[in-house]
Design a binder for this molecule. Structure first.
Ligand code: LMR
Length: 396
């Protein structure tokens, strides 16, 4: 049965974790996987999460099964966070949501759901997109196509080409959009551009699936949700995949949410039943711990306030790292313009170097980034930024 198997290559992102860990050099820089790091290079547990964990340990009374939808309270609160508590889809009772094992689990639930809605649906993803989007949708049996998104020569959006591609789509198409902090480019749609994409979605009738893995890491919780809220208010049907990995720092707890919006409340109940059916046949039910922490934080005024402050610290540090890197690359004598890095948002930007140069950074300098030259700017610190800038200067 297993004799014919061929070994698979390591994941282009997660494979870097072990390569970096196993690198014995004392000087090395991890710009690989998208995890927040503090100025010391650590990924600490947020203080609000620590408090929520203490409360949970003291008050938890059972470990009994939670059910395929997960925590109802978490599901409600996460929708309030994403859409805004007073959004029309919530007032009209047109949204249903489930807790999922992380953002990836949420995307897989959405993919299985789409496959059940329309086995012939085509998923449209930005070119480029998070590498796992493509394999995830394909593994759910969906067709995957690209729409133009980012011009790597000029470090800018290909917005007109994107719109032109979306204008060709229709009812059998699902379009994956990144709510904010586009992974891997860091290049987001402006609010005016979101407005145009929303208008095309309404006109063409394709289904938007918005992946929101970084709410609060771009500009603010509210501004990062602009596209989600605008789209939800305009279309009859859409999907939202949210993650609490980054903004609550709950990476390994695996907590996210998948929300479906339909035309009316009765259709939303039907959609939820289909989603629950897909979940039962997949992982049965989600882990409960992360959801319990998030709902504890979001239902306490004090912990929510603390979380907002901790989120702002992470966001400001990441934005500060962007500006710092651009300045230090310049100071290292590089004439090429990297100022786009400071304009982009979230954890990632493409440095815009070749695979061979990425390999040289790893081999000769112990600097790790994804082969596409995607850097997680969260891994930059005051201590490593000059070394990084000088190494970049050397390989250029
Ligand atoms: C990333 O893109 O680095 C993160 O979303 C982690 C992952 O699972 O790939």
């Amino acid at each position: 049965m297993f004799n014919h198997l061929q070994a698979m290559p390591a994941d282009p992102i997660l494979g870097l974790l072990s390569q970096f860990r196993d690198d014995p050099r004392p000087v090395k820089v991890d710009l690989g996987v998208g995890v927040y790091k503090d100025p010391q290079g650590n990924t600490p547990i947020l203080a609000c999460v620590k408090t929520a964990e203490r409360l949970r340990t003291a008050t938890e009374t059972t470990k009994v099964y939670i059910g395929p939808a997960g925590s109802e309270k978490f599901n409600r609160l996460i929708c309030h966070l994403a859409f805004g508590a007073d959004h029309s889809v919530i007032e009209q009772n047109r949204v249903r949501s489930v807790s999922t094992p992380g953002g990836t689990g949420s995307l897989k639930v959405a993919a299985d759901f789409i496959k059940r809605c329309n086995p012939d649906a085509t998923m449209w993803v930005s070119d480029p997109t998070w590498a796992n989007h493509v394999s995830l949708f394909k593994s759910a049996g969906l067709k995957v196509e690209n729409y133009p998104y980012y011009d790597q020569q000029n470090n800018q959006l290909k917005f007109e080409e994107m719109l032109a591609a979306l204008r060709q789509l229709g009812g059998n198409d699902v379009v994956l959009l990144h709510a904010c902090c586009h992974n891997p480019t860091g290049q987001d749609l402006t609010e005016a551009q979101w407005d145009q994409v929303v208008a095309v979605a309404v006109e063409r009738g394709f289904t938007p699936l918005i992946d929101m893995a970084y709410q609060g890491f771009g500009d603010s919780l509210e501004r990062d949700a602009y596209g989600v809220r605008k789209m939800a208010a305009a279309v009859d049907a859409m999907l939202l995949c949210a993650s609490c990995s980054k903004n609550f720092g709950l990476y390994r707890e695996r907590i996210g949410a998948c929300a479906v919006i339909t035309q009316d409340s009765a259709k939303a109940d039907i959609a939820l039943s289909v989603m629950l059916h897909a979940i039962r046949a997949n992982y049965s039910m989600p882990p409960a711990h992360g959801a319990a922490l998030v709902e504890t934080i979001l239902s306490s005024e004090e912990l929510s306030q603390q979380w907002l402050e901790e989120l702002a610290v992470m966001r400001n540090r990441i934005n500060g790292n962007r500006a710092m890197l651009v300045e230090r690359i310049k100071a290292a004598g590089v004439t090429r313009d990297f100022s786009f890095i400071a304009q982009q948002k979230g954890m990632f930007s493409f440095l815009g170097i070749s695979l061979e140069q990425v390999e040289r950074l790893k081999r000769d300098y112990g600097i790790y980034m994804v082969g596409s030259s995607r850097m997680s700017v969260a891994g930059i610190t005051e201590d490593n930024v000059d070394y990084l800038a000088q190494s970049i200067a050397a390989i250029l």
